[in-house]
Design a protein around this ligand. Structure first.
Ligand SMILES: [Zn+2]
Length: 252
């Protein structure tokens, strides 16, 4: 691990999470770096990753430097790696998803505001169907919090095409906007505080793990953790001594 690397800015953290969103469990670190670099590579264009709002965000940086930032994101518990077959894929950690979900919901709100400004009448709302449920419910909360009645026609269109559970939530949002229900300021504040907390990340530190063979605690260092994470390995269950012992038995 590069100990000299500065912590990323909040804006950089959010950009990398946004870039990871379209390739979760579909692509690895390198593909993510290419999105952020703004690569014209065939795979990037085929998957239409050039339409991602952070495509080319790190245009002026070298691919290696972008990779280093992504690895920092993995070290600080924003992203993780999980294997799909033999391929290591990028996934969100809980922390990373919390931040991404929030900024994505804001992005959807901005889009609706643009629609209102453009006087868009008949948007196809199918794009909101089959989305992550947590994202959709957060988006609806935020719609309600805007108090913006010009969103009601979009909500009504959306209500017609979505599943029952979501329809109920949409209906509640419409009613809240129509009746000028007061916004739950405390809930908003708590949510923002929680996001700010998440954005601090979790600095890697040596872990003390328990060995399942001998029962002793053993140290799992930062650099070992980084190696395991990038490889998508689970935490080791045994200490080195016991692991070596097993290996010897196996090869005897
Ligand atoms: Zn042991």
């Amino acid at each position: 691990m590069n100990e000299n690397m500065n912590r990323l800015t909040v804006e950089e953290i959010k950009a990398i999470l946004r870039g990871a969103d379209p390739i979760i469990m579909e692509g690895g670190r390198t593909l993510l770096a290419k999105i952020l670099k703004g690569s014209r590579e065939k795979k990037v264009l085929q998957l239409e990753l050039d339409t991602c709002p952070v495509y080319g965000y790190f245009k002026s940086k070298k691919l290696d430097d972008i990779m280093e930032k992504i690895d920092w994101m993995i070290d600080y518990d924003f992203l993780d790696v999980e294997y799909r077959g033999k391929l290591p894929m990028i996934i969100f950690t809980e922390r990373g998803w919390q931040i991404e979900c929030d900024q994505y919901a804001d992005e959807l709100i901005r889009e609706w505001k643009e629609w209102v400004n453009q006087g868009k009448q008949d948007p196809d709302m199918v794009y909101l169907k089959d989305r992550n449920r947590e994202l959709i419910l957060l988006f609806l909360d935020k719609v309600r919090e805007t108090g913006n009645k010009s969103f009601i026609p979009y909500l009504k269109l959306w209500e017609q095409i979505d599943y029952k559970k979501v329809r109920e939530a949409i209906r509640r949002t419409i009613t809240a906007l129509e009746d000028n229900e007061p916004v739950d300021e405390q809930r908003m504040q708590e949510r923002n505080e929680s996001i700010n907390e998440a954005l601090k990340g979790s600095a890697p530190q040596d872990l003390l793990l328990k060995c399942w063979d001998c029962g002793n605690r053993f140290s799992f260092t930062i650099s070992e953790q980084q190696y395991f994470k990038q490889k998508g390995f689970q935490l080791p269950k045994t200490c080195k001594k016991c692991r070596n012992k097993r290996r010897e038995l196996y090869y005897m």
